[in-house]
Design a protein around this ligand. Structure first.
Ligand code: NAP
Ligand code: MG
Length: 523
């Protein structure tokens, strides 16, 4: 096995193709998978610690956001004692897992990726029912999960074999190796509850660490499915301990615990900052400085100048703002348009948005429900704020009350300092601002505490070069939408309060879960 695996390096990595739903049978196959998933509604799922499945009295209820009377499943949750047990199990398992050869560790990821390829519709179906995604969004997320597994497995094989161009003294031999850190606390968000959970976990595991995986409480079932596949792939017990639970209580307990070595978090700014602060305190008995990788929110935006292709810009603004209901960290929730083309482009954006169909992901509408009642209320509150700060151009209200539906909303003439231009709304709300020229537009773009994704539309190369230099964000896209980063192609992570810029989906990423050990031997 090792012999073939060693050829699986990054140069032959290929992104997993998405399903072509125009092909005969693919829609039918997904619909069948949805009906199988519906047959499992209401099932109970366990905590898993050291391979032991534990069902608890106290449970998390996962609701279908598109039909909010429907319970997707109930998830057992850990208490303090189980959190302690999981930490000890992961610590003990680390002693053996860290000795497993990198190729062998990678082989588990390849196997999980294969299982996901076989069952992609099954996974998409759960994403559709539990997170309110449509076919394309769910299917794309499964591809991304597979990519993370395949890419990080190859990265590990490569990292292990990379020659480090160190100088050696004439009578010495030098080598730099990467060894794991220890026990990682893995905390993904609900909006990419499969791909990000897989990415954060796989990168930690393949580098030789053991983990406590705490799924987002709104989407625990899809995370469970991943852990189940890891088990099926033969990953040793205790490498991934699956510990759903109350984040505020268990989360702080685990972050602050002396056995926790690192925290891989993706989620909101406030929680990320809180974890970072807490992890900075040295607990009694703790022997290391905890490492925190925190990828957080965004207030991303697309800038358009008067030389741009306005049809292409309009399409990108609409898809960046409203795909998955604007619930992406990369969502283009701001558009900043120069004065001379403002009216024309805004008209195009409004027209295109009117064409979006709204409804349940199960029937594959373009805009589905937002994730839960809390988000629904918060987004509607922001829409009211927006109505007082800017001009309502479209939407501005909720949709069907069968689920948490909100009509795509566009607010024009927004001031760059207004709340709807500054705060992450995380819903189908687009704020548009007018700039006097492209330079002012870039300044307005940079007027944010965040710095995740940005877009620049222009046909003037000199301005594009300036935009590349001046727009301050981790992922800048020129003349295309600002969402949809691909593993290995668009390494992803933001600046400022968008996070630690860890660049998920890059070769360098896995070094964040490793420590460099140099040895020198006298010859
Ligand atoms: P969130 O509320 O911050 O939650 C993220 C995760 O943190 C969840 O698993 C949550 O658990 C957990 N959590 C909450 N408090 C915690 C604590 N004290 N200790 C440990 N864990 C804790 O974010 P979200 O609402 O799930 O996700 C949306 C946010 O994620 C947006 O801001 C979005 O921009 C951001 N995001 C960023 C990226 C990126 O790459 N930069 C990617 C995707 C999403 P519970 O669910 O149990 O509360
Ligand atoms: Mg939340």
């Amino acid at each position: 096995m090792t012999k073939t695996l060693q050829y699986l390096k990054l140069d032959t990595f290929k992104n997993e193709p998405n399903t072509d739903f125009s092909l005969d049978g693919e829609v039918k196959a997904l619909k069948e998978a949805i009906s199988v998933a519906r047959g499992n509604l209401g099932k109970e799922y366990p905590v898993i610690i050291g391979g032991e499945k534990i069902y608890t009295e106290d449970k998390i209820t996962s609701i279908n956001p598109g039909k909010n009377e429907e319970i997707v499943g109930t998830m057992s949750k850990i208490d303090r004692e189980m959190a302690e047990k999981a930490l000890h199990t992961a610590t003990e398992t680390f002693e053996t897992w860290k000795l497993v050869k990198p190729e062998k560790r990678a082989s588990y990821l390849f196997k999980i990726a294969d299982l996901m390829r076989e069952r992609r519709h099954e996974l998409s179906a759960i994403l559709i029912i539990e997170a309110g995604k449509n076919y394309e969004e769910a299917d794309g997320e499964v591809s991304e999960a597979i990519d993370f597994l395949d890419f990080y497995a190859r990265s590990m094989i490569q990292l292990n074999e990379d020659t480090h161009y160190l100088k050696s003294l004439p009578d010495e031999r030098n080598k730099l190796t990467y060894i794991p850190l220890g026990v990682g606390f893995i905390v993904p968000p609900w909006n990419f509850p499969l791909a990000i959970c897989v990415g954060l976990t796989a990168s930690a595991v393949v580098t030789g660490n053991t983990t406590l995986v705490k799924p987002a409480s709104l989407t625990p079932i899809i995370a469970y499915k991943f852990v189940e596949l890891a088990e099926e792939a033969g990953l040793p017990s205790g490498v991934i301990n699956f510990i759903p639970g109350d984040s505020s209580v268990m989360g702080d307990f685990i972050t602050g615990h002396p056995l926790t070595r690192f925290i891989s978090f993706t989620g909101s700014k406030d929680v990320g900052l809180h974890i970072n602060e807490l992890a900075g305190k040295t607990a009694k008995g703790q022997k290391w400085i905890k490492r925190v990788n925190a990828e957080m929110g965004g207030k991303d935006g697309i800038v358009v100048d008067e030389t741009a292709n306005l049809d292409a810009a309009a399409e990108s603004i609409v898809s960046s703002a409203f795909s998955f209901q604007g619930q992406k960290c990369s969502a283009g929730s701001r558009a900043i348009i120069v004065e001379s083309i403002y009216d024309e482009l805004v008209e195009k954006v409004v027209q295109l948005t009117k064409e979006l169909s709204i409804g349940n992901g199960e029937e594959d509408y373009s805009v589905g429900p937002v994730i839960d009642e809390k988000a629904y209320n918060s987004i509607l509150k922001y829409i009211e704020i927006g109505k007082s700060e800017a001009t309502l151009l479209l939407g501005g209200n909720s949709g069907s009350d069968e689920g948490f539906y909100i009509n795509p909303t566009i607010l024009g003439d927004a001031d760059s300092n207004s709340r709807i231009m500054q705060e992450e709304i995380f819903g189908p709300v687009l704020a548009i601002a007018k700039a006097k020229d492209w330079e002012e537009a870039i300044e307005m773009y940079n007027n944010t505490d965040y710095g995740l994704t940005g877009g620049f539309f222009s046909s003037d190369q000199a301005r594009i070069d300036q935009a590349i230099e001046r727009m301050y964000c981790g992922n800048l896209y020129v003349n295309r939408n600002c969402t949809g980063a691909l593993v290995g192609i668009h390494p992803f992570g933001g600046f400022n309060l968008s996070g630690t810029d860890s660049k998920a989906g890059s070769y360098e990423y896995i070094k964040l879960f490793s420590q460099g050990k140099l040895y020198t031997q006298k010859v």
